[in-house]
Ligand binder design. Structure first.
Ligand code: TRP
Length: 334
């Protein structure tokens, strides 16, 4: 039996951080074991906000190199750039005709911008381009083009997938056949919240992140910046109430965790030492991946090759799908 398809898009907007690694990259890569996995770089989605070509290019290389370095095997998993599959944009136009404007009015990314404008006393449409407004249609096309059964995403994207289902149903209803596969969101429940250096959720908007592949020295610096209380070296410390230990737990083995917890409780260990232990486990885990990342970034043509090979395969699948849709819709006279 052929495997079900799990497809997800990754917006190129800068180097992922430890929270993205544990919360999104690792679980998505694990899916490749049981599903036919397809990952694409959603570069046209980024165009809504990134208008500088150099930035867009660099972010694309960076994100591709990150996923490859984290273990994405292009022999097993299809990886491609959205911009290499123009059929995406034909399907976007097709389904645009089946998407009510009211549905788009409810999309949260657009609504958030409108709310922000209102709060600032600006016109509602300020900073709203049609790419932002129709974002869920393009995303639906990404998904429906490949008959994806599952779409691994963060909670914030579930609404978009529900919209893709609505759109697909409108198409299927009109042509009275299962033309488009209805996708299901796949939100990994086990995802722990990864805290940042200030104890809040690790997030770019809080400026508390530890980017995945920064140089060792910078990693050490960021570990040293993690906020702790002001207990003295001698005082016994509570590992369960400590940002450093909370992060340590996510990367250390059970034995390492037990050993460090004992040192916390015994007293006589300063925060500098605890942070050094955290740096050591992090660096041991990240170093081999960072090396691969740096290799790839030093030879961007190797990334281009992987992405364009993937693009050729993705396009074949997409072209077949578009051909069948054209026929059903009445564009088959060519
Ligand atoms: N909107 C997604 C995000 O911001 C990225 C994305 C674009 C996507 N197209 C997709 C995710 C298709 C899953 C499937 O993270």
């Amino acid at each position: 039996m052929s495997k079900e398809i799990a497809l997800t898009g990754i917006k190129p907007t800068g180097m992922p951080h430890l929270g993205n690694y544990l919360g999104a990259i690792k679980p998505a890569l694990a899916l490749a074991e049981s599903y036919e996995a397809r990952f694409f770089i959603a570069d046209y989605h980024s165009l809504n906000t990134i208008k500088n070509p150099e930035d867009l290019r660099n972010y694309t290389y960076e994100i591709a190199a990150c996923w490859l370095a984290c273990g994405l095997d292009p022999e097993k998993v299809l990886i491609y750039r959205q911009s290499d599959v123009p059929e995406t944009f034909e399907l976007t136009t097709m389904i645009m005709a089946f998407t009510s404007k009211g549905l788009m009015n409810r999309a949260h990314a657009y609504k958030a911008q409108v709310d922000q404008n209102r709060a600032k006393g600006k016109p509602e449409d300020h900073n709203v381009n049609m790419g932002l407004f129709t974002y869920p249609v393009l995303m639906a096309a990404d998904i429906l083009l490949f008959d994806a059964n599952y779409v691994p995403v963060g909670k914030d994207q579930v609404q978009h997938i529900e919209m893709a289902v609505d759109i697909a149903q409108a198409v299927n209803r009109n042509y009275k056949q299962e033309l488009l596969t209805l996708p299901k969101p796949f939100v990994s429940e086990s995802t722990q919240v990864v805290i940042g250096s200030d104890g809040r959720k690790m997030s770019k908007s809080y400026d508390n992140t530890i980017p995945l592949f920064i140089p060792e020295k910078k990693l050490k610096k960021l570990c040293n910046k993690i906020i702790t209380n002001s207990q003295t070296v001698e005082e016994p410390k509570d590992p369960d109430n400590c940002n450093v230990f909370t992060l340590y737990k996510l990367f250390a083995t059970d034995a390492q965790q037990a050993a460090l917890a004992a040192r916390y409780r015994a007293g006589g260990m300063g925060w500098g030492e605890a942070k050094a232990e955290l740096f050591n486990v992090l660096n041991a885990k990240i170093s081999p991946m960072r090396e691969r990342y740096n290799e790839l970034m030093a030879d961007k043509s190797s990334i281009d090759k992987i992405l364009s090979d993937g693009g050729v395969k993705a396009r074949e699948l997409a072209a077949a799908k578009i051909k069948s849709l054209r026929k059903v819709m009445g564009f088959d006279f060519l």
